[in-house]
Design a protein around this ligand. Structure first.
Ligand code: ADP
Length: 780
C-alpha cells in the first residue's frame, strides 16, 4: 500500500549533516567573500556546469550564514531539513510558527541560481509583498534579483517581476497571467518565461481548498433569450412520465418518451447527437428550472429579478446567481427579463496549472490528512518535519450544544473567564456573519473584541500580530491574518499562552487544525477548544437523518448544557467527513474534466506559441489549411449517396474561396478531381499574389501571424464554450447506461476535430478574401 505521510528519510538527514559540516567555514568568511562564493555558484549554474542538487550543501550553508547576517535569524536544523524536502519537490509539513518563511530562503536560492526562475506562491498580495521585501534582502545580498507580481501593477512592472530570478506572487495572479499570455499576439505582450520551479506557501489552501473550481477568464456573452424561452416552452409540454426528477440532487433526466417529444418539438433526429449539444443543454436547464426548483423555496422574485435562496439556511443571496444558464432558465420559466450569461475565454484548474512546472514544492502546517490526494494529483510526498521544540498545546475535547444560542453562551462564558485573567483568546469563525454575531454578543457583555474578516490583509496582519498580548480578544474568519505570526506578550506564557476557540467545524478537519495551530507555536504553552451546535450550517447540510432526529429531540427539550454521548460525537464528525468527501469528489471531477481540455489546451497553446516565436513555417501551414478545406468541403457537398448540393458548393467557391469562375463544372464523380485541382491551383496562386503585394517579408509574416492567431483564438473560444455546454449535457442523460466522463471524452474528441476543421476554413476564408491595399491588409 502507498504510504501517505513520511518521516524524514535518512538520505535527507545525511544532507543536513553535510550542510552542518560547512557552517564554520562560511561563518568565518567576510561579507564580500560570501558574495564572491555566491557569484561563482551562480556562474557555474548558469553555464549548466552542475545540477542544482550537487551543490545543495554549499548553497544551503551559504544562505544560512546570510540569513544570520541580513535577517539576524539563523535557520534551525529542522528548517534546513524542511528546505531540503522543498528542493526535492515534496511537501514539508511544518507546524505553524516553525518558521516556514526562513525555511524557503535555502531552496529558493539554490533553484534560482540557474536563472530559469523561481516562483514563490502565497495566498495573498500582502504576503507576497511582505516576503519579497523582507526575505528578498537575503537574495539581493547574494546577487540575485527579486520581483513582486500583483494585479494592480503596470504591465512593465509585472514583466520586470517575472524577469527576476525570484518572483513572489499569488496563485491566482500566476494562473491568470499564464492564461493571458496565451491570448497574446506577440512575445512582447507576454509576461511569463516558462514554469520552472514553484514553492507554494500554505500549500493545502492553494492545492486543495482552492482547487475545487477552475480559474476562468470570461467575456460578455450573447443573450440567447429566445432559445431559453423555446426550451422552456418545450419542457412545459411534458407529462410526468416523460422525465425523471431527483429532487435531492436536483437532476432531471429525460425518459424515452420525453426524448421522442423533444426530437419532434425541435424537428431534429436525436437530441443527444453532437450537433444538438447546445440545445440539449438548454433543455436540461429548463427541466431543472421547471421540475426541481420552486419559487419561494429555491429562489425568490423581487422587483422583476430572481434571487437564490440558500437551501439550508433559508437566506436570500442577492450577490450570487445560479451558474451555467440555470439562472436564465429560471428567468424564462418565470417570464422575467433574461440576462446574458458570460462566456469562457480561457480556463484552467490550479491542479493543471501547477502540474506544468518542472518542479513544485509546498509548505504548510496541515497536509497529512490529504497526503494521498496530494500524491495522486501532484506527485508530492508529504514529509513531516519535527518541531524545533516539543509541542505544548493542550487541545480540549469538542463541546456540542443543541442550539447556536446555547453554544454562543458557552463561548461567551469561556471568553469571559479567560479575559478576566488576561489570557489572550483567538475566536475562529467560519463566516463573516458569525464573527459579527459573536462580536455583538461580546460587546453586550463589556468585552471588546477585534474583528477580522479577511477584508484588508495588511491592516489585519497588524491586528492579528497583537492577538497574543494580555487581555486581547480577537475574532477572525479562517483566511483573516493568514501567514502572520502571533507572538505572546510579556506574562502571557505564565497564563497559559494563547487560547484558540473554534466556534464551528470547518469544511475539513485539516482547516480546524490550521486554526488550532495558531496556539502553542515554537514550544509555547497554548490551548484550543471547539464548540459546535446542532444548528450549525455544516450539521444542517451534511448531518445524517440519525443526527437530525437527535437535534429535534434536544432542541425540543431546550437543553442548554453540553450534549454528551459517543454516538452523538461520531455523528457530528461524520457530517464533517461527508463534506470532506463531497469536496474531494468535486475536485476529482473538476480535474478529470479539465484533463480532457488540458490536452487540447496544450496543443493549441503550443501552436500559438510557435507562431508567436516565429518557429512555425506559417506559409506552409496556411497552404495546407487551404488544401484541407478544399478537400473537405468539396467532398462534403458531393458526398456519394446523397444528392449533391451544388448550390452550397457554388457558394463555397464564390464566397469562401473568392474564386469567381470555375471552368470545371461539378456534376458527376469524374469531375471531382479536376475541380479540386483547379481550386487548389487558383487559391495557391492567390496566396502567391498576396505575398508579392506585401512585398517586404515582414509585412507578409505579420499578415500570416494575425490571420492564424485570430482564427485559432476565435475557434478555440467557441470550442471551450461548446465544451462547457457538453459538460452539462452529458449529465442530462442519467447515469444508468453510460458514464458521463467517458462520453464527455468521446464527444470532446469529435468537437476538437471540428474545431481544427473550422480553423482551417476560417484561415482559408480570411486569406483568400484579403484585400491588399497600399496601406496594408484588410481581412475579408
Ligand atoms: P510559520 O510560517 O511557519 O508559521 P513564520 O515564518 O511566520 O512561521 O515564523 C514564525 C516566527 O518565528 C517569526 O517571528 C520568525 O521571525 C521566527 N523564526 C523563524 N525561524 C527562526 C529562527 N531560526 N530563529 C529564531 N526565530 C525564528
Amino acid at each position: 500500500m502507498l504510504r501517505n505521510t513520511h518521516k524524514v528519510p535518512r538520505k535527507l538527514n545525511r544532507l543536513l549533516d553535510q550542510v552542518n559540516a560547512l557552517n564554520k567555514h562560511y561563518h568565518k568568511l567576510s561579507d564580500s567573500q560570501l558574495k564572491d562564493e555566491s557569484r561563482q555558484l551562480q556562474q557555474k549554474a548558469r553555464q549548466g556546469r552542475f545540477h542544482a542538487d550537487s551543490i545543495l550543501p554549499k548553497a544551503y550553508a551559504l544562505v544560512r550564514e546570510t540569513d544570520r547576517r541580513v535577517l539576524s535569524l539563523y535557520p534551525f536544523d529542522e528548517q534546513v531539513l524542511g528546505g531540503i524536502v522543498l528542493n526535492q519537490g515534496s511537501l514539508s509539513e511544518m507546524k505553524t510558527g516553525e518558521g516556514k518563511t526562513l525555511t524557503e530562503t535555502m531552496p529558493v536560492y539554490l533553484n534560482a541560481l540557474s536563472g530559469r526562475g523561481v516562483h514563490v506562491v502565497t495566498v495573498n498580495n500582502y504576503l507576497s509583498h511582505r516576503d519579497a521585501t523582507y526575505i528578498g534582502q537575503v537574495f539581493k545580498f547574494l546577487g540575485l534579483t527579486v520581483g513582486y507580481n500583483a494585479p494592480d501593477l503596470s504591465f512593465e512592472a509585472k514583466k520586470q517581476a517575472y524577469a527576476a530570478d525570484i518572483t513572489y506572487s499569488t496563485n491566482s495572479e500566476l494562473a491568470f497571467d499564464y492564461l493571458k499570455d496565451n491570448m497574446a499576439y506577440s512575445r512582447s505582450q507576454q509576461l511569463q518565461r516558462g514554469l520552472n520551479y514553484a514553492i507554494i506557501d500554505e500549500a493545502d489552501s492553494i492545492l486543495i481548498d482552492e482547487a475545487r473550481t477552475p480559474l476562468i477568464i470570461s467575456g460578455a456573452g450573447k443573450s440567447y433569450a429566445q432559445i431559453y424561452q423555446m426550451a422552456d416552452r418545450f419542457v412545459k409540454t411534458l407529462a410526468k412520465d416523460d422525465y425523471h426528477a431527483d429532487l435531492e440532487t436536483k437532476t432531471v433526466t429525460l425518459l424515452d418518451s420525453g426524448i421522442n417529444k423533444a426530437n419532434e418539438f425541435f424537428g431534429i433526429h436525436n437530441l443527444f447527437s453532437r450537433d444538438n449539444l447546445v440545445l440539449a443543454h438548454y433543455v436540461s436547464n429548463a427541466l431543472k428550472a421547471n421540475y426541481t426548483m420552486h419559487c419561494d423555496v429555491d429562489y425568490v422574485i423581487k422587483g422583476g429579478d430572481a434571487y437564490l435562496v440558500d437551501q439550508f439556511t433559508g437566506r436570500v443571496m442577492t450577490d450570487r446567481r445560479f451558474a451555467n444558464g440555470l439562472h436564465q432558465a429560471i428567468e424564462a420559466k418565470e417570464s422575467l427579463t433574461i440576462h446574458a450569461m458570460s462566456h469562457t475565454d480561457a480556463s484552467i484548474t490550479y491542479q493543471n496549472y501547477f502540474r506544468m512546472y518542472g518542479k513544485i514544492a509546498g509548505m504548510t502546517g496541515t497536509a497529512h490528512e490529504n497526503a494521498r490526494e496530494l500524491y495522486e494529483t501532484y506527485h508530492m510526498q508529504v514529509i513531516q518535519i519535527p518541531t524545533h521544540k516539543p509541542n505544548q498545546r493542550h487541545d480540549y475535547s469538542t463541546q456540542i450544544y443543541a442550539t447556536i444560542a446555547a453554544k454562543d453562551q458557552a463561548v461567551l462564558a469561556l471568553v469571559k473567564k479567560l479575559n478576566k485573567r488576561g489570557q489572550p483568546v483567538l475566536v475562529g469563525t467560519t463566516s463573516v456573519e458569525a464573527s459579527e454575531r459573536l462580536a455583538d454578543l461580546f460587546a453586550k457583555n463589556w468585552i471588546k473584541a477585534q474583528v477580522l474578516n479577511a477584508k484588508n490583509n495588511q491592516a489585519e496582519a497588524k491586528v492579528i500580530a497583537k492577538a497574543g498580548q494580555k487581555y486581547a480578544v480577537t475574532i477572525a474568519t479562517n483566511m483573516a491574518g493568514r501567514g502572520t505570526d502571533i507572538k505572546l506578550g510579556p506574562g502571557v506564557k505564565e497564563l497559559g499562552g494563547l487560547f484558540v476557540i473554534g466556534t464551528a467545524m470547518h469544511e475539513a478537519k485539516r482547516i480546524d487544525n490550521q486554526l488550532r495551530g495558531r496556539a502553542g507555536r515554537q514550544g509555547d504553552p497554548g490551548a484550543s477548544q471547539f464548540f459546535v451546535s446542532l444548528q450549525d450550517d455544516l450539521i444542517l447540510r451534511y448531518g445524517s437523518e440519525h443526527l437530525h432526529t437527535f437535534s429535534t429531540k434536544y432542541q425540543n427539550k431546550h437543553i442548554k448544557t453540553p450534549l454528551k454521548g459517543r454516538l452523538l460525537h461520531r455523528l457530528v464528525s461524520n457530517a464533517q467527513a461527508k463534506i470532506e468527501g463531497k469536496n474531494y469528489d468535486q475536485r476529482r471531477s473538476t480535474l478529470h474534466l479539465d484533463n480532457v481540455l488540458r490536452l487540447e489546451r496544450n496543443i493549441v497553446y503550443q501552436q500559438r506559441q510557435k507562431i508567436i516565436d516565429g518557429h512555425a513555417d506559417m506559409e506552409k501551414v496556411i497552404r495546407a489549411m487551404i488544401a484541407r478545406t478544399i478537400e473537405d468541403k468539396v467532398n462534403q457537398f458531393t458526398a456519394p449517396k446523397k444528392t449533391w448540393n451544388l448550390q452550397q458548393l457554388d457558394e463555397f467557391i464564390n464566397d469562401d474561396l473568392n474564386i469567381s469562375f470555375p471552368d470545371v463544372k461539378a456534376d458527376k464523380p469524374a469531375t471531382m478531381l479536376p475541380l479540386k485541382n483547379y481550386l487548389l491551383k487558383q487559391s495557391m496562386a492567390k496566396v502567391g499574389q498576396i505575398k508579392q503585394e506585401l512585398s517586404t517579408q515582414k509585412q507578409y509574416e505579420e499578415f500570416e501571424r494575425v490571420v492564424l492567431l485570430k482564427s485559432i483564438d476565435r475557434e478555440w473560444r467557441q470550442n471551450m464554450d461548446n465544451m462547457e455546454q457538453l459538460k452539462l449535457s452529458v449529465f442530462l442523460r442519467g447515469y444508468g447506461q453510460h458514464n458521463p466522463l467517458v462520453e464527455y471524452q468521446n464527444l470532446a474528441q469529435g468537437m476538437y476535430k471540428d474545431m481544427q476543421r473550422s480553423i482551417d476554413e476560417r484561415v482559408a476564408r480570411n486569406v483568400l478574401n484579403a484585400e491588399i491595399r497600399q496601406a496594408g491588409v484588410k481581412q475579408g
